[in-house]
Design a protein around this ligand. Structure first.
Ligand SMILES: [Zn+2]
Length: 178
């Protein structure tokens, strides 16, 4: 069974995520993929997103509101999440990282992943919606472990991920996450 580390931290992790999101936004990727990333509210169109993000981080109380999720996510992982990724990885014949870094964020798309860092990003807007983060975690980890099998076409790759996640959730009786 693999471990997780749930992280809530602005610097340097979310600063880096924000740079990736802004770059992707400017490249028109989200429009192409039909995704609506959340960006920190800016005081003007000229304000740097990093500055806006830091203000949001310091003033919104978001990090305090999501803090109770850390033990919840760890608990869920120990009961269900780890078994899911272990079984899925065995089916896909891929090796899991020793540890997954689960980074909670107020910004970006609903979820994203970084294979080289064994990290997934989970956007939290409603800390009381427990099904949301469970769904995002299983989806993004499926991306992360199967990156070598990915289809270069974004929509087809999402179909592939949704299919393997759905089949595994059904097989494990975790259908509330469908
Ligand atoms: Zn996806």
């Amino acid at each position: 069974m693999k471990n997780i580390s749930v992280i809530i931290s602005f610097k340097p992790i979310l600063k880096h995520l924000l740079e990736v999101v802004v770059k992707s936004l400017e490249a028109g990727n989200y429009k192409k993929w039909g995704l609506n990333p959340i960006l920190p509210p800016r005081l003007s169109d000229n304000e740097d997103y990093g500055v806006a993000a830091e203000r949001f981080w310091n003033e919104s109380g978001w990090s305090d509101r999501v803090q109770p999720l850390v033990p919840k996510i760890n608990d869920w992982w120990n009961k269900f999440g780890a078994k899911f990724t272990e079984s899925l990885s065995a089916d896909l014949k891929v090796i899991e990282p020793e540890k997954y870094y689960i980074i909670l964020t107020p910004f970006g798309p609903g979820g994203s992943y970084n294979t080289s860092q064994s990290a997934i990003y989970v956007r939290i807007t409603d800390p009381n919606d427990n099904l949301w983060w469970q769904r995002v975690i299983v989806h993004e980890i499926a991306h992360l472990v199967s990156v070598k099998q990915e289809n270069k076409d974004h929509a087809r790759n999402e179909d592939r991920i949704n299919k393997i996640v759905r089949e595994k959730l059904e097989a494990m009786g975790m259908t509330e996450l469908l």
